[in-house]
Write a protein that binds this ligand. Structure first.
Ligand code: ADP
Ligand code: MG
Length: 726
């Protein structure tokens, strides 16, 4: 597909290879200077230096301090220049006002990477922002990469480096999760929590203000990193749009995929001025981020605790190859809850083979449930659990197991935990556990976590995590649909847009809107703009059964002022409707300048849907699809994607609304022409991508006719706004 001019800013994005090298300069140094290292208790300068020492960094460490002779017993240097030997990485902890100067000195001495821990930059306002820009300029001048400013630092647990370049209180265990956080404070809490749960990290990074190295560069790096199996992200804002999607979907779903789980706090608005369109009022920064994550194949967690819950499953378990789950429990209630959630997240309960059922029947008491969820009954000892667990793991109809235990008086908790890891590993299937309770199950949970078996306090969370893994499996094994042809008449569309802008017109109704849509391939209905009752009669004679609509730049919602008449099919009826519509509208909207009456052929039967565009700075145009009509704002049953989209995304957009069965022939209805609808979404995407002046657009309704009969655009409005262009 021709994606035209992508409407985002690409100046600051380095080429993938150099981007990797730039991140390596941060994580993989052989010598580090800590500028602002200090002996003073409670200082960040001491914490960072001590962490490097205690972490047994594999290279050389140089403390730099103007006054001190030594820090923690290591000889100190008065300046970076005074070190004399080459330094790869400088960690900067000096006051904000001195940072740029120090950075310059680092550049002069051939330093390749900077971690600026010092705060007091863009987060404090204009003065800080100016300093940050200056710092960035210095880094660019010397080709240094920069993490921060205003960050907690970075940690690389890879034994070849063993670098804890942070002031975190507690060093992480080494493991295979890469963690990227936009909040430094959260990092320390996460490390504390992770330590308790035996969760280890490969790389850990607090990005701070992201003056240079940001999530995108880090994701590329972590994807290449053999130590990192899954990436966890805490995000407050992202500053890339489509290129983020383009890169990240390869990371999560290309060759050698790395799953990414992210939590996004709702702190920042994407900053669109929503005006009169339906799309404008439904879209918002949440919709933008949801789309961004969806399209990138990032699994979005709702809370920080879920972030861990998913990441641990990805980090330790193989993916389920399909969605058939077996649940084993010794209590009915938890089994039922796990079953409910299992079904809710797109999984299903496995139907066991005859062999499995036979084994279960012989191993379990008569009161046990030998079907899924398997209930081994409250008095089950290890043997019953083992028999059931072994049997279901072996069953070819089972893709994953949720293992639930409640501590009852007969339960041998620890011994039951012990049977889990080895069999799970042998089976190649994911097993998630939930030993419910707190005190009695503590030792068993510790054992499971130490054995890298994901554990969840409640079984519903285990089911959610299994759902996330299955979704990822579907993502990485998805088929790519053949792309659809788009051959727009760009000149025609540009002509209409430029003419409108030249005359200061920013709101376009159906008269101009249809011309633009037609140029992009949309199926518009034949129509005429008429200025008299007689012309109206002629129009109806030519077009057949028609709809009359008031045409006025001031009237955005035509029905609200009595400006729409449907089903006009005689010439007399046309004359009458013409006079009537003018009279009613003049009464309801006396100020409006009326350009005439828009006579449009009646669309055939079909389901009314809405298609829309809402443009955001940085992210570009957000596309919307949903069920049309006047209730769209109430039901909010819509899906969003950032443009440009391809055929796969168009199809998912259509299928992800709750009302999709209505388009698919629910309740004996006729299936609609969703192929043509998908094409319309591709037209919409192309139109949005190629015409940055279009800030908002609503097509409401688009009629989707029966299969093979296409679609018809039956209303549109476009808002042009050059201030919303990137
Ligand atoms: P507005 O949204 O400004 O009130 P519309 O042009 O959407 O006005 O018309 C209102 C409703 O009339 C539409 O939602 C649709 O149900 C119906 N309608 C409009 N144009 C047509 C058409 N050409 N064929 C069939 N129905 C139409
Ligand atoms: Mg409408």
């Amino acid at each position: 597909m021709d994606q035209g001019n992508k409407s985002f800013n690409t100046d600051s994005i380095p080429e993938p290879e150099s981007s990797l090298a730039r991140v390596r300069a941060i994580f993989e140094p052989t010598s580090v200077a800590v500028i602002g290292a200090s002996q003073r208790r409670g200082s960040v300068g001491l914490a960072v230096f001590k962490n490097l020492l205690d972490g047994a960094f594999s290279g050389v460490i140089y403390p730099v301090n103007v006054r001190a002779h030594s820090i923690c017993g290591v000889r100190a240097y008065p300046s970076l220049t005074a070190i004399g030997d080459p330094v790869d990485l400088a960690i900067i902890i000096v006051p904000a006002a001195q940072v740029t100067q120090v950075a310059r000195e680092a550049g002069e001495n051939g330093v390749k990477g900077l971690i600026v821990i010092t705060a007091g930059f863009r987060e404090i306002g204009e003065v800080g922002l100016a300093m940050e820009d200056e710092l960035k300029a210095v880094c660019q001048e010397y080709g240094m990469s920069l993490v921060g400013p205003n960050c907690l630092g970075v940690i690389n647990t890879d034994s070849r480096f063993s670098m804890n370049a942070s002031f975190a209180r507690r060093p992480p265990l080494s493991g295979n999760i890469g963690f990227i956080s936009q909040s430094g404070a959260l990092c320390t809490a996460v490390l504390d929590y992770a330590a308790r749960k035996n969760i280890g990290f490969s790389k850990f990074i607090s990005v701070g203000n992201k003056a240079d190295i940001d999530e995108l560069a880090l994701l590329r790096y972590l994807h290449e990193d053999p130590e990192t199996k899954v990436i966890m992200m805490y995000v407050e804002d992202l500053r890339h749009g489509f290129e983020f999607i383009d890169t990240v979907r390869d990371i999560t779903g290309g060759d050698n995929p790395t799953p990414i789980v992210a939590v996004k706090s709702g702190r920042t608005a994407a900053g669109a001025a929503a005006v009169s369109s339906h799309t404008g009022s439904l879209a918002g920064s949440e919709a933008v981020y949801d789309a961004l994550f969806q399209q990138s194949g990032i699994y979005r967690a709702q809370t920080i605790s879920h972030l861990f819950d998913y990441a641990v499953a990805f980090a330790t378990q193989p993916l389920p190859k399909s969605n058939r789950v077996a649940i084993i429990t010794n209590a009915g209630g938890p089994g039922i809850i796990a079953t409910d959630i299992t079904m809710n997240v797109g999984l299903t309960l496995a139907k066991f083979s005859q062999d499995t059922t036979d084994v279960l029947r012989s191993a379990l008491p008569a009161t046990a449930n030998v079907h899924n969820p398997v209930d081994v009954i409250g008095d089950a000892g290890v043997d019953r659990y083992r028999a059931a667990y072994e049997a279901v793991l072996k069953d070819e109809n089972v893709d994953g197991v949720i293992f639930i235990l409640t501590p009852q008086s007969m339960t041998d908790i620890y011994a039951t935990a012990q049977i889990i890891p080895a069999l799970a590993q042998k089976s190649g299937k994911p097993v998630l556990t939930s030993f419910m309770g707190e005190l009695d199950v503590r030792d068993a949970i510790d054992f499971l976590e130490r054995s890298h078996m994901p554990h969840y306090h409640f079984p519903e969370m285990a089911a959610r995590a299994m759902g996330a893994m299955y979704r990822h499996f579907k993502w990485i094994s998805r088929q790519h649909l053949a792309e659809l042809e788009v051959a727009p008449d760009r000149t025609q569309a540009r002509l209409v847009i430029e003419k409108a802008l030249a005359s200061g017109k920013t709101y376009l109704g159906e008269v101009e809107g249809n011309k633009i849509l037609a140029a992009y391939g949309f199926p518009v209905l034949p129509s005429r703009l008429v200025g008299s009752a007689e012309e109206a009669a002629v129009a109806v004679r030519e077009l057949g059964c028609s709809v009359f609509k008031i045409a006025s730049p001031q009237i955005v919602h035509k029905s609200d002022v009595g400006g729409v008449r449907v089903g006009i099919d005689t010439e007399d009826g046309a004359r009458e409707a013409y006079d009537d519509i003018l009279r009613v509208v003049k009464g309801n909207a006396p100020e409006a300048v009326i350009e005439g009456v828009f006579v449009q052929q009646m669309a055939g039967k079909g389901v009314e849907v809405i298609l829309g565009i809402n443009r955001y700075k940085v992210f570009g145009p957000l596309l919307m699809f949903g069920l049309g009509g006047i209730f769209v704002e109430i039901f909010k049953d819509v899906s969003f994607r950032l443009a440009p989209i391809r055929h796969n995304a168009a199809r998912r957009m259509v299928r992800s609304i709750q009302a999709y069965p209505m388009l698919d022939g629910a309740r004996g209805g006729e299936p609609c022409d969703t192929d043509e609808l998908e094409r319309c979404l591709i037209f919409l995407s192309t139109l949005a991508t190629e015409n940055p002046e279009i800030a908002e657009l609503d097509i409401n309704p688009l009629f989707v006719h029966a299969k093979g009969k296409g679609c018809s655009v039956a209303d549109c409005r476009i808002l042009l706004d050059i201030d919303r262009m990137n």
